[in-house]
Design a protein around this ligand. Structure first.
Ligand code: NAP
Length: 339
């Protein structure tokens, strides 16, 4: 095999805001396969907010992305050559192939490569609604927000890969689903396409009082479960609207990923409303993935769970698309198409 593999490596660590110069495009030859190895051609690369944390050297729940190595990332693609009995050319697979066109995978390592069925579910959805973001939505909602019929569930970054699924899964469970998103187009989509009951455009309500007033109108019975993707002003505002014994799933704090301070201004609300706040990392709950993927796969295959994708073209577009994701320029799941 003499194909060339274009890759994006982490060239330097960000000083506050991540910039394009933190990444570098390199070309390497695709190596010959050893026993048990599988060569995968990536059709789609998933861009996800967690990658921003990996770019830093500081302490976190995961090791930092090493410099000068291919950026970490989920991929969906096709086996082009195999020296492992469990895989053959043409198999559609998902894995953690990284920001590159091809990956060589040691398929004897459990969990490194998963075959997927694209008869009823498009390949790209395995990186979104029927993949890690979907399971994230499912875990935070079902296991932490524990929604009951008639309750009100609020989710921030509501038009995104995770947020969009949270509201729809809440509706399936008979809840009132309220989103918070940036801009009228995203809010219209969240209500008209995804079927949320209401959506608040936080960009039209920039100060705490205005945001609280909009939230109050959208949640006449208060908030029982909050799925947090953003942090800062949003967390502050929703906490003030939580009902007694409400549950808050702390999934993401994207408004602070470039190092901005996102203070919690009224922590006493946690006590006064007897709230449960719980952070989680979806990869630490592999036990629920089969159950979650079963529900998500069925809902997507039957058209009951909708999603939207923003697709950048070509590996060289990955850095700008990723930086755009951190600024809300994506609309739905951010992917890079590589074939
Ligand atoms: N805990 C876990 O295991 C886990 C797993 C997956 C994802 N997550 C987290 O879940 C959240 C959503 O991830 P996703 O993949 O679904 O991404 P996404 O929602 O598809 O895209 C990110 C969205 O965040 C919003 N955003 C970006 N910067 C913002 C800012 N400064 N202030 C407010 N909103 C901002 C933007 O939406 P608007 O235009 O609406 O602002 C943007 O479109 C992220 O916080 C991510 O880190 C956590």
């Amino acid at each position: 095999m003499t194909a060339t593999n274009q890759q994006i490596v982490l060239a330097s660590r960000p000083d506050k805001e991540a910039v394009a110069a933190n990444f570098r495009l390199v070309s390497t030859p695709v190596p010959a396969l050893a026993d048990n190895q599988v060569l995968v051609r990536h059709h789609f690369l998933s861009l996800d907010p967690y990658m921003r944390g990996r770019m830093n050297a500081g302490k976190s729940y995961a090791q930092p992305q090493p410099l000068d190595q291919v950026m970490i990332g989920g991929t969906a693609g096709e086996v082009v050559e195999s020296r492992h009995a469990g895989f053959k050319a043409g198999d559609k697979v998902v894995g953690m192939g990284g920001w590159q066109q091809y990956s060589v995978v040691d398929a004897s390592q459990p969990g490194t490569l998963r075959k997927v069925d694209t008869a009823h579910i498009p390949l790209s959805a395995y990186l979104g609604a029927v993949g890690m973001p979907g399971v994230t939505a499912w875990y935070g909602l079902v296991k932490i927000c524990t929604p009951k019929e008639g309750e009100t569930i609020v989710v921030s970054a509501a038009s995104g890969a995770v947020g969009g699924a949270v509201g729809q899964l809440a509706k399936v469970r008979g809840c009132r689903a309220v989103g918070i998103a940036g801009g009228p187009d995203k809010c219209r989509y969240v209500v008209d396409e995804l079927g949320f009951d209401a959506c608040i455009d936080y960009k039209a309500h920039r100060d705490p009082k205005a945001l609280y007033a909009a939230l109050k109108e959208a949640t006449p019975d208060g908030v029982d479960g909050y799925f947090e993707n953003v942090g800062g002003l949003m967390l502050d505002t929703v906490l003030a609207r939580m009902n007694a014994f409400g549950r808050v799933a702390l999934c993401g704090m994207i408004s602070g990923y470039d190092g901005q301070p996102i203070p919690l201004t009224h922590p006493q609300l946690i006590l006064q409303s007897r709230l449960k706040l719980e952070g989680f990392i979806v990869s630490e709950h592999m036990g629920v993935w089969p159950e979650a993927l079963k529900e998500l796969g069925t809902l997507v295959a039957t058209g009951k769970l909708k999603y939207r994708e923003t697709v950048a073209q070509g590996i060289e577009s990955a850095p700008e698309a990723f930086l755009g994701l951190l600024k809300g320029q994506n609309f739905g799941k951010q992917l890079v198409k590589l074939v």
